[in-house]
Design a protein around this ligand. Structure first.
Ligand code: MRU
Length: 348
């Protein structure tokens, strides 16, 4: 990969500011919990696994910022930082998964001698979450790439690539792997209104890797399917319920319905940290609503009348019945998803 989505060195958290892509490739330092919170909320760093990694480092940032005088104070500031960061975005469960892990490490470190010891333990844990994620992405590519054969036309929605993770991505990982194996494939990237993660980010990273990618407007999806250009759909997910219902970027559900109508298999790719067994089905997944301005004056130009009512959910839920398979680091889960997910969860 030619870029790092985020990096931790010299006890500093740096992220690639994704709001500036594709025009500007700029890293920013996040040295307070408020800065980490803002970066997640404003989508400077985004994508479910990347949010989790960033929040884990954010807890360390919070403790360093507090300059604790004792181990207890360090634990306290870790818990406080985790609680604050949990308020940044509601849908991607990886955020809460990573914060819970960090809190457990903090509590486990309470008996250590000094604040420095606690910080060291937290730093090691955050780095491990980041490194593990990279390997999980690679494995998703290993398991998913055999689904892609010569001549494949793959539609994807939003960005579930390297920018959304610490590795090769989830949905894009099988594509990168198949491309590396010399499989001739073509990707159709939906632009993904309103914040254009498909147009700005997915095309950017696929082009850098030399993958054949074509950008389409979201409302072109049905047309390219009807033209026979799409042989499969692969998307990522922000939270998968115990029954296999999968939340992903708004518009994904529509793409799944279109795929069904055209008899095209629709796959979801996600690590097990994206599964939420406490949520029985998609109805219980909290869906973030975004500010109206992202729709009415996105990217600095007003495109709707002042004062118009706007409804902007950031995610929708694709029912399990529309999903042909869920590609995880442990292999591809097939329906019925309830038992398959329960079984896979035991491996974590
Ligand atoms: O609002 P975003 O850009 O964070 O939404 C991201 C997505 O919907 C991704 O598809 C999802 O997080 C999976 S990322 C591997």
């Amino acid at each position: 990969l030619a870029f790092d989505t985020m990096r931790w060195h010299g006890r500093q958290l740096e992220i690639l500011d994704q709001t500036l892509l594709p025009g500007t490739c700029q890293y920013i330092v996040l040295d307070t919990v408020s800065a980490v919170f803002e970066a997640i909320q404003k989508l400077r760093v985004r994508g479910a696994p990347a949010i989790g990694c960033c929040a884990a480092f954010g807890v360390v940032v919070g403790v360093l910022e507090a300059r604790p005088a004792s181990a207890n104070e360090a634990v306290e500031s870790a818990v406080k930082s985790a609680a604050r960061l949990a308020e940044s975005r509601p849908t991607a469960v990886n955020l809460f998964w990573a914060l819970r892990k960090m809190e457990a490490i903090a509590h486990g470190a309470a008996g250590l001698e000094s604040a420095e010891d606690v910080i060291g333990a937290l730093e090691t844990a955050a780095k491990a979450i980041h490194d593990d994620e990279r390997e999980l992405c690679r494995l998703i590519g290993v398991h998913g790439s055999p689904l892609i054969s010569d001549g494949a036309g793959i539609m994807t929605h939003c960005n579930a690539g390297a920018l959304a993770t610490s590795g090769y991505g989830t949905a894009l990982s099988p594509i990168f792997a198949a491309h590396a194996q010399g499989v001739a494939l073509r990707v159709f990237a939906n632009e993904t209104r309103p914040l254009l993660q498909g147009a700005r980010l997915t095309t950017w990273e696929l082009m850098q890797a030399g993958v054949d990618v074509t950008l389409i407007c979201d409302n072109t999806a049905a047309r390219v399917m009807a033209e026979g250009k799409i042989t499969m759909v692969i998307v990522g997910s922000d939270r998968i319920a115990a029954n296999g219902d999968a939340a992903n970027k708004i518009g994904t559900y529509g793409v799944a319905l279109l795929a069904q109508a055209h008899h095209i298999p629709f796959y979801v790719a996600a690590p097990l940290s994206t599964f939420d067994l406490e949520v029985p089905d998609g109805d219980a997944i909290p869906i973030e609503e975004r500010a109206p301005e992202e729709v009415t004056e996105g990217f600095g130009r007003r495109t709707a009348p002042e004062g118009v009512q706007v409804y902007s959910p950031a995610f929708d839920v694709t029912p399990a019945a529309l999903i042909a398979g869920i590609i995880t680091e442990h292999g591809i889960l097939s329906p019925p998803y309830g038992p398959a997910i329960a079984q896979a969860a035991k491996k974590v």
